[in-house]
Design a protein around this ligand. Structure first.
Ligand code: HOZ
Length: 428
């Protein structure tokens, strides 16, 4: 595999950007080696600056349910750009995106658009605190909700991968407001409510964990969170930044039939451009300025290019048969990967919900962070590189999700499964 140009760029990058990357997991530190610099993408494929082609399951970490450079998205962005890139004043398309979101998510009466999932989650906490007039938040170890101070406590994703689950620079006084429970363990949540009666504003959860690798909610877990929060006057926040419009068009809340109080979104609703959103019940969202006393603002919020990409993406995803196609493609992929691991007799667990998946080097079942952390990350690193050399790009960390798009063809899936078998054989 040619890497000369990527190596050169990575060296250059490290002189001016911390670690050479603008987001830590891209650095490949968890798997070693040089990250390919991507030159372009089309459908389910990306090409790097050295001309190597990959079948892409990184999918920009989730937004690209339609694949790269989908014609409807490209046309929408081009049209919007030709009319001006930002106004700091209302535009028609942001109303359209908000209407699509409210129509899709039964729990969302009003929605505010922001620029990233981080911003959405950070603001959702402020909103929950404003509404309940309480200060503590419960989050789950290994869940990741972006990099706001109070949420970088025992966080997943890159924080877990790089061994800084609780970041330096988060004041102890902030961290003390964040209480940590164990994912899929309702008793751990109940004991926090016992310890801080009337003190907890909200429980925030990834309804399907994606940032410690994919871990589905155990039967009754989400129902239990709904019951406990309601009984204690706390809000339930679903972080659907990854799951929204992916595990089902109506998100995990539709798939599992749970109504959260606040939902945070990002990724797919921006179609690959920077968008986040938070929304919920009218009486809660009426706390948001200018209607109410909770302040939040943004120069680029509701940006015309980003919302145009989002509207185009959601419109395509609503076409008949698209959700079924995503589900079927992802199932074909993970069934094939599971069979390849079984043939190679490598202990593994392939978790999948809808079109998000993770292959764990772990006999499993992988249903808690404690089990996730027992995975063989060194084997994952070897597997990652063996796949990359065979033209398949998965997440450069055991503790992340892979994503299937509607652009992945049966031929892509079959090539991937062959590559997985070959990679496992080469590793043994
Ligand atoms: N925090 C993202 C993964 N869960 C990574 C974002 C990126 O590097 O693009």
């Amino acid at each position: 595999m040619q890497q000369a140009k990527s190596r050169q760029l990575f060296e250059q990058a490290q002189r001016v950007i911390p670690g050479g990357v603008n987001s830590p997991v891209r650095s490949f530190r968890a798997v070693a080696g040089t990250p390919p610099f991507i030159a372009r993408g089309q459908g389910a494929h990306v090409w790097d600056v050295d001309g190597n082609e990959y079948i892409d399951y990184l999918g920009s970490w989730g937004p690209l349910a339609l694949g790269h450079a989908h014609p409807a998205v490209v046309a929408a962005v081009q049209r919007a750009a030709a009319d001006g890139t930002s106004f700091g004043a209302p535009v028609a398309q942001e109303v359209e995106l908000a209407e699509l979101i409210c129509a899709a998510l039964p729990s969302v009466d009003l929605v505010r658009l922001v620029n990233s999932g981080t911003e959405a989650c950070m603001t959702a906490l402020r909103l929950a605190r404003a509404y309940t007039e309480r200060s503590k938040i419960v989050k789950f170890a290994g869940n990741y909700h972006g990099h706001a101070d109070g949420l970088l406590v025992q966080a997943g994703s890159g924080a877990l991968t790089h061994g800084v689950p609780t970041s330096a620079g988060v004041p102890e006084s902030y961290a003390a407001e964040t209480l940590i429970a164990a994912y899929n363990d309702l008793a751990s949540v109940e004991s926090l409510f016992d310890a801080w009666p009337d003190g907890i504003a909200a429980v925030i959860v990834e309804p399907v964990a994606g940032n410690m690798g994919v871990v589905p909610p155990a039967d009754g877990f989400l129902e239990g969170l709904r019951r406990i929060t309601e009984a204690n006057g706390a809000l339930l926040i679903f972080d659907e930044v990854i799951t929204g419009f992916r595990v089902a068009y109506g998100g995990a809340q539709t798939l599992f039939g749970i109504t959260p109080d606040i939902t945070t979104m990002g990724k797919i609703i921006g179609g690959g451009l920077p968008v986040g959103a938070y929304g919920g019940r009218r009486e809660i969202m009426q706390m948001v300025a200018p209607l109410g006393p909770m302040y939040q603002a943004g120069t680029l919020s509701g940006n015309p290019l980003a919302v145009a990409a989002g509207v185009a993406t959601l419109t395509e995803l609503q076409r008949p048969g698209v959700s079924e196609q995503l589900e079927a493609t992802a199932a074909r992929l993970t069934d094939g990967i599971a069979a390849a691991f079984a043939r190679a007799e490598v202990p593994s667990t392939i978790n999948r919900v809808g079109s998000m998946f993770t292959g764990f080097f772990n006999a499993g079942p992988v249903d808690t962070l404690a089990v996730v952390e027992q995975s063989d990350t060194a084997a994952y690193g070897r597997y990652f590189h063996a796949l990359l050399e065979r033209g398949v790009y998965i997440a450069p960390s055991q503790f992340e999700a892979g994503f299937v798009s509607i652009a992945h063809t049966d031929a892509d899936i079959d090539r991937t499964i062959t590559a997985v078998g070959d990679a496992l054989a080469a590793m043994s």
